[in-house]
Design a binder for this molecule. Sequence first.
Ligand SMILES: Cc1ncc(COP(=O)(O)O)c(C=O)c1O
Ligand SMILES: N[C@@H](CCCC[NH3+])C(=O)O
Length: 422
Amino acid sequence: MTLPGSPFVAYRDGQLHVDGCALDALADQYGTPLYVYSQAAMLAALAPYERALAGRKHLVCYAMKANSSLAVLQTFARAGCGFDIVSAGELERVLAAGGRADRVVFSGVGKTRAEMRRALEAGVRCFNVESEAELEVLSEVAASLGRRAPVSLRVNPDVDAKTHPYISTGLRDNKFGIAHDRAVAAYRRAAALPGLQVTGIDCHIGSQITEVAPYLDALDRVLDLVEAVEAAGIPIHHVDLGGGLGITYTDETPPAADELIARLLERIDARGHGHRELLFEPGRSLVGNAGVLVTEVLYLKPGEEKNFCIVDAAMNDLMRPAMYEAWMATAACRLRDEPPQRYDVVGPVCESGDWLARDRLLAVRQGDRIAVLSAGAYGMSMASNYNTRGRAAEVMVIDGQAHLIRERETPQELFRGERLLG
Ligand SMILES: Cc1ncc(COP(=O)(O)O)c(C=O)c1O
Ligand SMILES: N[C@@H](CCCC[NH3+])C(=O)O
């Protein structure tokens, strides 16, 4: 059986392992719910990006919203990556993990003045500006510091990424980016503002994209704009094509990163833009299949309509099923030679939407552990404290050794900073 995350996630002697560490043993040692990541899987996911871009001026900026744990950032910083950030908080994480500010691109539709100031002081590489109003504010903030902010305009190419509507971002009716037909005017304005220095262009059309065609459509529209903007006398140095490449959760067959990039480079070269520096902002495709969420079966609750497998992880640990009805694979951490039963795997949170998986065949008993696979992206980074549940602990496996990279949150930590009335 090939599991998502294989060969880093695989059964050996009836036990599910991540990079040689048995998940049951990790659960015994660190408790559950527990996120477990394979560092080797993350680096293996980065390799095809780097391979495809070798010999070109480029920067892979890991979209850290996918998983912003410090050790994950450290892993990518040491591999030479930059980062795509969307808040000052994310910038502080990058810096704390040893990442370089001059490899950071700052995206997001709602940057505050304080965030702009902090990013300018730190010396980020580029602001991906998402509206004309933001251009004015950024120029003011930079000018007040006696600086020029390096900017790229995030253009909305109005292409259909053919993904879930909640994670599609490149359509005209999405809140992201500057409309394609307004972009040249916006570039003229940016070039005229005293606090800005135009350096690039960017787009990001959505997430969990499994086809090459939407990327090629977006690329064409971006290159049309580059030509129009340069014809207006404004040089564009880099082209940032965003992130969004999908992974296999179940039966999706996204292109490999090197295959996607080869197709893009072919088009870029054919159109005479091969000299430009290229940036990418992958998130999910670097970490998604490198992580699992391990949870313990608290109770089995058979019913007339449905059997419930009640586990100790919940929607606050992993939001994707509740939020997008996302299908994520589940696997028992130890194989039992018993007939499987059909279960809905649900958490203890008081919401009917608190489920992790539906209609799954599992041979498990109370006390067994189940792993939710492909949980490395948008798992821990979207976790909350709903129901005053502490967030899970995290472990990274490196060379067969498990390293605790985040302690489980204690109840006291959850109300630190709160005040009782006098
Ligand atoms: C601006 C931007 N760049 C990059 C990403 C990363 O996307 P993904 O995790 O799908 O690669 C996102 C999230 O969709 C984003 O909003
Ligand atoms: N959080 C989403 C992806 C959103 C991408 C953010 N721009 C998911 O889990 O699929």
